[in-house]
Design a protein around this ligand. Structure first.
Ligand code: TPP
Length: 618
């Protein structure tokens, strides 16, 4: 049976070892070809092929539950659970999602995208199962990178003391997006290094079992010796102290070997952790050699792995370069990232100032409070982070930064639609989140120059500042940015029939809408409202007094965003509020191409122009 004929995991249950090996090859081929066309998470998926096959051999999904942490490694799972036919639509609008989605398939046990949640979710399922008196198994697959996240330990601590049967599979490839960090990572490396030794001993142990009479006894003695050595290696018995039975490390590319261990572990009536060692990127040479570069990729050439796109340096990279410049003159400047040093554009800073870049692992809450501590002790920390992942640290933002008015600068990358990655990755809730925090300033630049002005200004302030920017800002036919004037909005285009207030990348759609309207005789002003908190009250007053219909436009959720802020200000000052507040709907936005998503949400030039026409009719 070939991969294309598999419609459920039942089809792989009776395959021979050779057939499974061939299947793993087919899966890899399919993933490489699809990701080369659509982009996606290549290296993580390449490393998890055999692991996923072995799990689906021993589990009976969807009755048994398989929970993936982050979920970016779920492509093999999708291919084995009836989505082969649609797999070419991976990450496309209305296509297969790159992450597990419960509304896509009953085999996707839990929606994920943000790290370190799988053990908690699996424990919840196991508890629900026991409460209902049902009999099925739960397994959580967690990467060593995700294990740097605090939620994992909260969950292990709880699960270990509850002694509820569940299996955690630690997929250890030594990598987060870049090389993994932290003390546990060091400990896992020691275990991994010992793998060859344990493997050799296993062979001896098995050979001993076959010696009649003397065999079983010798094997027992030998087993005790081996356990002792393993326990010495797991020096502080990390997982066993937390109440888990620990097995491993085992080879994550040996399907039969993993199956044997998984079957045994699933019979144990306790929480069990199986430590599986895999190679990130396995099967695509470039990804094996540079897994950090092939973690998440844009479409690439199959022959040489080269990126097909021609996008220039991201806003994050530009921010990183500017902060590197500033750091030369100001020794207080330091940068905190949560496992995203390169992704946020701070790879060069890390090389230039290794002692001033702190990668704390996938630990956003800790990153924010740690930065607050640094600020409290006189440093000028910048937290480089994707907007969506800062959501994790709302309480820390409030209690540890804003309440104490500490000068932490947040560089919030990937603001706006995360497009192909989908609902878990859109940066469209940041304004609502930050706008409610006293002492916080929220900025959103339209270009690199404005961003530089904002960063320099933020570093001169004695309170927190958040600067949100998308991966890249589109070219716009407007005059070059001049000096950054804190709190002042910028008139990009004159017009007295209507006024569009917007910021960052969505400004281009506004300018295009204004072009369309101009041809119809509707003169539409476009304002770069780049300070979102506080608002430019003088400009708002002027506009309101003139009676120009205001329309706010934002690539952000409608609830609590910029439009809400302007509307609330107008109510407070008894001015007519915005004629329209154009924003993303109050629902989760799925994955898809940004242009289609904008169109569907009425946020492209046509949609915006239509609203201005309506406003003209009164
Ligand atoms: C809360 C959160 N922060 C950051 C990320 C970005 N991120 C996605 S995958 C990843 C690394 C995961 O490493 P690991 O769990 O070891 O999986 P691997 O890709 O190595 O298989 C990171 C940092 C995220 N998904 N969620």
């Amino acid at each position: 049976m070939t991969l294309s004929e598999i419609t459920s995991p039942a089809a792989i249950k009776n395959m021979s070892e050779n057939e499974l090996e061939a299947l793993a090859g087919e899966v890899r081929e399919k993933i490489i070809r699809t990701v080369a066309l659509n982009g996606g998470h290549l290296a993580s998926n390449m490393g998890a092929v055999e692991l996923t096959i072995a799990l689906h051999r021993v589990l009976n999904c969807p009755t048994d539950k398989l929970v993936f942490d982050v979920g970016h490694q779920c492509y093999t799972h999708k291919l084995l659970t009836g989505r082969y036919d649609r797999f070419s639509t991976l990450r496309k609008t209305d296509g297969v999602c790159g992450f597990p989605r419960r509304d896509e398939s009953p085999y996707d046990a839990f929606d994920t995208g943000h790290a370190s949640t799988a053990i908690s979710a699996a424990l919840g399922m196991a508890r629900a199962r026991d409460m209902k008196g049902e009999k099925w198994r739960v397994a959580a697959v967690v990467g060593d990178g995700a294990m740097t996240g605090g939620m994992c330990y909260e969950a292990l601590n709880d699960a270990g003391s509850s002694q509820i049967p569940m299996m955690v599979v630690l997929n250890d490839n030594g990598m987060s997006i870049s090389r993994n960090v932290g003390a546990l990572s060091g400990q896992l490396t020691k275990l991994r290094v010992s793998r060859g030794w344990l493997g050799a001993k296993k062979k001896v142990s098995e050979a001993l079992r076959h010696i009649p009479l003397a065999g079983p006894h010798l094997q027992n003695v030998f087993q005790r010796f081996k356990d002792h050595v393993r326990n010495v290696l797991v020096k502080d018995r990390f997982f066993t102290t937390l109440g888990f039975r620990y097995f491993g490390p085992i080879d994550g590319h040996d399907i039969a070997g993993m199956e044997r261990v998984f079957r045994r572990c699933l019979e144990i009536n306790e929480p069990v952790l199986v430590h599986v060692v895999t190679k990130k990127g396995l099967g695509f040479t470039q990804a094996e050699e540079r897994p950090e570069k092939y973690h998440g990729v844009a479409p690439f050439e199959l022959e040489n792995g080269m990126n097909r796109g021609t996008e220039g340096p991201s806003m994050g990279k530009r921010a990183g370069a500017f902060v590197t410049e500033l750091a030369e003159k100001d020794p207080r400047i330091c940068v905190v990232t949560a496992a995203m040093t390169d992704s946020t554009g701070f790879g060069e800073f890390a090389k230039r100032y290794p002692a001033r870049l702190y990668d704390v692992g996938i630990a956003e809450e800790h990153a924010v409070t740690m930065a607050a501590g640094m600020a409290a002790a006189g440093m000028r920390p910048l937290v480089a982070i994707y907007e969506t992942f800062l959501q994790r640290a709302y309480d820390q933002l409030m209690e540890d930064v804003c309440l104490q008015r500490l000068p932490v600068c947040f560089l919030m990358d990937r603001a706006g639609l995360g497009a192909e990655d989908g609902s878990t990755h859109h940066g469209i809730y940041g304004v609502s989140m930050l706008r409610t925090l006293p002492n916080m300033t929220v900025l959103c630049p339209r270009c690199e120059d404005e961003m530089r002005g904002m960063i320099a200004w933020a570093l001169s302030q004695d309170g927190p500042v958040a600067i949100r920017y998308p991966r890249s800002v589109p070219e716009m036919d407007v005059p070059d940015f001049q000096d950054y004037l804190p709190g002042k909005w910028e008139n990009l285009r004159q017009g007295d029939h209507a006024c569009l207030l917007a910021s960052s990348s969505i400004l281009r759609e506004c300018l295009n809408a204004a072009d369309q309207l101009e041809k119809e005789g509707i003169r539409t002003a476009v304002v770069n409202a780049s300070t979102l908190r506080p608002l430019d009250e003088e400009m708002l007053k002027r506009l309101s007094e003139k009676g120009t219909p205001i329309i706010t436009v934002e690539e952000h959720a409608a609830s609590g965003g910029f439009g809400s802020a302007v509307a609330a200000w107008c109510v407070r000052h008894r001015f007519p509020g915005p004629a329209y507040m154009i924003a993303l709907p109050d629902s989760f936005i799925p994955h898809g191409s940004r242009s289609v998503l904008l169109e569907r949400c009425g946020l492209n030039a046509d949609g915006i122009a239509a609203r201005v026409r309506e406003a003209q009719k009164g």
